[in-house]
Design a protein around this ligand. Structure first.
Ligand code: SF4
Ligand code: F3S
Length: 106
């Protein structure tokens, strides 16, 4: 499956949900997660993310390996999101900031 990585945290642009043919995205307060049970590996979402936060599971950046399990878990806890919405007002300021995992809101 494809996986949402760390740079989505506090960016949450949601462009990704517009292109997913199977509605595999689930929405938390400041992050989106992909359900590995729903994702069909089409790859359409990866280039759509302005934060370049989406990766094929086996191509996650070093140090982000835990995001595979994190996506799987959070996708079971959060509601499905199918419509693009406005990102947080300060999304651009957080784009590219390292070590955001501790800021993930559940
Ligand atoms: Fe949806 Fe395709 Fe992205 Fe999987 S890879 S989350 S199916 S757009
Ligand atoms: Fe997150 Fe990128 Fe989607 S920032 S909400 S994965 S477009």
């Amino acid at each position: 499956a494809f996986v949402v990585g760390e740079n989505c945290i506090k960016c949450k642009y949601t462009d990704c949900v517009a292109v997913c043919p199977v509605d595999a995205f689930f929405e938390g307060p400041n992050f989106l997660a992909i359900s590995p049970d729903i994702c069909i590996d089409c790859g359409l979402c990866e280039p759509e993310c302005p934060a370049q936060a989406i990766f094929q599971e086996d191509k996650l950046p070093a140090g982000q390996e835990d995001f595979t399990a994190l996506n799987a878990e959070l996708a079971t806890l959060w509601p499905n999101i199918r419509e693009v919405k406005a990102p947080p007002a300060d999304a651009d300021q957080w784009n590219g900031v390292p070590d955001k995992l501790h800021l993930l809101a559940l």
